[in-house]
Ligand binder design. Structure first.
Ligand code: 8YV
Length: 320
């Protein structure tokens, strides 16, 4: 059912601002009058609809600046399909009394799994090994040796819910774990270092899992990468904005760090040509939460927040 379907008349009007997972879209169409990215596809039609939009369905990558929020005077809720909401001007929403929800917890395991997968892939050169076999190079001799993961030192930038799930997995690999975060978390039992730079100097793998946004922009810069050093690997499963991408590429090209495993980029879905040419990186297309199981759980929660709001029930997961 679409916004033009008469059966949806009278239902709350929801603007979708991201390319959301199909089953989530189906759930939305079943309950609301849905305007799917009308602001992009038909700005004139959007101008007519904007005064009636009561909720927005967004993704973790969506950008909702103050000006956009201001265009929808009837807006009550922004439901984010994702844990990150750095693209949403939450302060502007709050001023207007617009609630914001996200999908915490349900994707912790998935993103942590991918972080470890990237650690293993980049250190053991799994994609390169796969190509080695496919290209018929094995009969010509063995592949060059790789880097051991078990027992290595792992540093986590951001010991939140996902950071802790990464630590649990790394412990199973006998890794020595340290972290940096805005505040020390003594209950974690892990070693705390006050800055990413201090942490980088002490670890073999630096895993970034801190929220994006203005507060963490280019937190991982040339100095942090220099501290990580020529035997160190950078893993980013957070946001592209947290890493100075051009400093990272410089370091990878010069061999001043050993390699990188990246799931997120500065200008997604565009990945710099220089990065694509490098052999010491493993690249994935922002798939941290991308499994059927986890996307279903995210969809249930993101939709559940919309449902709860319009039924007058408490929101399931408002952002703090
Ligand atoms: C995206 C994410 O939201 O949860 C987040 O913050 O980055 C992802 O899970 C997901 O790709 C939906 O677009």
């Amino acid at each position: 059912m679409s916004a033009t379907d008469p059966a949806s008349a009278g239902r709350p009007e929801v603007l979708v601002v991201a390319k959301l997972w199909a089953p989530m879209m189906e759930a939305l169409h079943g309950a609301f009058r849905v305007h799917d990215r009308l602001h992009e596809t038909d700005p004139a039609a959007f101008a007519a609809v904007a005064p009636r939009v009561r909720a927005i369905a967004a993704s973790g990558e969506s950008k909702l600046p103050r000006e956009m929020i201001a265009r929808m005077p009837a807006l009550e809720l922004i439901s984010v399909f994702g844990v990150g909401y750095d693209g949403i001007d939450v302060a502007a929403a709050r001023e207007r009394g617009v609630a914001v929800t996200n999908t915490p917890e349900v994707l912790n395991d998935e993103v942590a799994d991918l972080a470890l997968a990237l650690v293993l892939s980049v250190a053991r050169r799994i994609p390169q090994a796969d190509r080695y076999v496919r290209d018929g190079r094995w009969p010509g001799g063995p592949m060059p040796l790789a880097r051991k993961v078990s027992g290595a030192r792992l540093g986590i930038v951001g010991l939140g819910r996902i950071g802790k799930a990464i630590a649990t997995r790394a412990q199973a690999f006998g890794m020595e774990i340290a972290y940096t975060a805005r505040s020390e978390k003594p209950e974690s039992g892990f070693r705390y270092l006050p800055t990413p730079r201090a942490l980088a100097a002490e670890v073999d793998f630096l895993v970034v899992i801190t929220p994006g946004g203005a507060g963490t922009r280019k937190l991982i810069d040339a100095e942090v990468l220099a501290a990580l050093g020529k035997n160190g690997y950078l893993i980013n499963v957070a946001r592209g904005s947290v890493v100075d991408e051009s400093a990272l590429i410089d370091a990878l090209e010069a061999g001043t760090i050993a390699g990188a495993g990246l799931d997120v980029f500065e200008q997604e879905p565009n990945v710099p040509e220089r990065l694509l040419r490098l052999d010491n990186v493993v690249l994935t297309p922002h798939v941290g939460s991308a499994t059927w199981q986890t996307r279903q759980a995210m969809s249930d929660l993101a939709f559940g927040n919309l449902e709860a709001h319009f039924a007058g029930r408490p929101l399931l997961s408002p952002v703090p």
